[in-house]
Design a binder for this molecule. Sequence first.
Ligand code: SF4
Length: 701
Amino acid sequence: ALTVPDKQVDSVCPYCGVGCQMTYNVKDNKILFVEGRDGPANHGRLCVKGRYGFDYAHHPHRLTVPLIRRADAPKSGDFTMDPTRVMDVFREATWEEALEYAGGKLAEIRDNFGKKALAGFGSAKGSNEEAYLFQKLVRVGFGSNNVDHCTRLCHASSVVALLEGIGSGAVSNPVMDVTKAEVVIVIGANPTVNHPVAATWIKNAVANGTKLIVMDPRRSDLARHAHRFMQFKPDTDVAMLNAMMHVIVEEGLVDKDFIESRTIGFDELRANVAEYTPEKMAPICGIDAETLRYVARLYATSKGSMILWGMGVSQHVHGTDNARCLIALSLMTGQIGRPGTGLHPLRGQNNVQGASDAGLIPMMYPDYQHVSDEKARAGFEKHWKLAPGTLDANPGLTVVEIMDAIDAGTVRGMYIMGENPAMSDPDANHARAALASLDHLVVQDIFLTETAYLADVILPATAFAEKTGTFTNTDRLVQMGRQAIDPPGQAKPDLWIIQEIARRMGLDWQYKHVSEVFDEMRHAMPSIAGITWDRLERDNAVMYPCRKEGDPGEAVVFVEDFPRESGRARFVPADVIPAAERPDTEYPMVLITGRQLEHWHTGSMTRRASMLDALEPDPVALVHPLDLDELGGKPGDVITIESRRGRITLYARADAGSPRGAIFVPFCYYEAAINRLTNAALDPFAKIPEFKYCAIKVSVG
Ligand code: SF4
């Protein structure tokens, strides 16, 4: 018989940063199906993840009761997890016992070893309110700024370059502006896979005459729609982009008025790119000089040119330099501050923008107010009703630095909410060993992730559809996510758990409803001050900046000035810096990591979504067919990939879009956790690791 939903709840997709609005159709506390809604970012469209990736919430692996590690279950970073044998390692506990142990022991470590002995990872999968409250707990309850989340692993370098260059880490124009652009550059991003609905808007724009330039070492589906596809050699972004800027300067295509009236530092940039002729850079980046010249002219002279980029730009030891070049391109040509222009780093998770805005980063309070800024510190001390001088003026440690600090014995206890560093951190064997060596690890999650497996206490939390909160998409659009179903068993809302941990660390917080947290946020964050809970309830989405109640919100920013002290943007020159680990005779190939369409991040949700798992059930590596042939293999063969840090086996898939000599592996497969192989070398400015390049050797079998 036809199953008819008894309830429809409007919400947003839990996956990527596009932020598609959708409706959950529910019967008897079960999500039956999902439909797209007419939201500003999707207008009814959904991709395969949004449409079919919801039944993970009902998966039998859900954590439904607090768990405490058995005394006879030693921790080791070298483990093979069996989710069906959880009770060999953990025992059930009451909430009271679990919270007393979790929070009590964190407080004990703080009191015995000092405030810097604790650290916390929040999550871009959580709501703005959860991110805000979590960072407040670390700053006030732990007493340091040792709080970070996966933004460190995705766009930290973009944000550093944007803050430095134009004074704001968010996008200048929404994705939908591609439909107003004459030229769109997509570089180091594969939106067809990672931001599928955004990719449909790009394809629509192309159909209406926009010239699309795709720049990427891998040929993606989007390249089929491109006016020019520039398959540059991995790791040569700066060489290619500086060559384009050289052409723009040499041929007098700069926007002199814009440079003079709205920027500083152009002379240094011009001097720097003088040496980067297209002819010299062509053999380095693999793009011929004429194409470099043609695309530079096209970008500079169009009525509106827009740049969108992804992790292919940001996840390098020169990630900040890569982004500096993109910013400089837009500034020197005045291609910013108008509809159909600008800079758009495509955000990966549905709330990575919001979590960063809410202060889930070690150097900034909410709204990017630096912790070392006395005025900002005093403001938050007042706002949070703390005695003057309470908050730490020193930036905290970042994700990879926290793992190193555990090794060094300075960080001894952690609270991790919704992140899975045992899968997502670079050199994951090292990260797992570090997590296993902690005196105390508290993990709050919906599944027994690889990270939770190393915990002393596991606190069962709520899945996306089980809670209400706000989420900020890649466009700066704050959207309302609404609870559609009840959590299973004894699982509890994350906001409740954070408050209970806070209570055991000496804080008396009494937030009764998520709207109270949002209200506190907006009074601390000028950029969202005008967004009220009632308005979100009514309109579902409001774009920031929205400084006063009633403001419509600004889709395009930097129209008149840049939010820097001088009001002017700043050029920052960049030179070529090689990857930290280059191929050699022992490890002759290059590893590139990323995501695939059906799975999302470490796979904890999508691999438990039946439809998505059926589509992509096994770990795969994408290899150029000629490389596969030279290795003596064929599609479907098992191959072994090894770096200086680890080894995995998985299936080979022929992919003519892969560059010769480089292999692409998604990072969602626990049975072939590719981050065991990646390099933890960091970009010096943003501390983002080099996920997009390390040396490997590959064999069949
Ligand atoms: Fe969800 Fe992103 Fe797909 Fe939209 S494009 S349905 S937000 S995963």
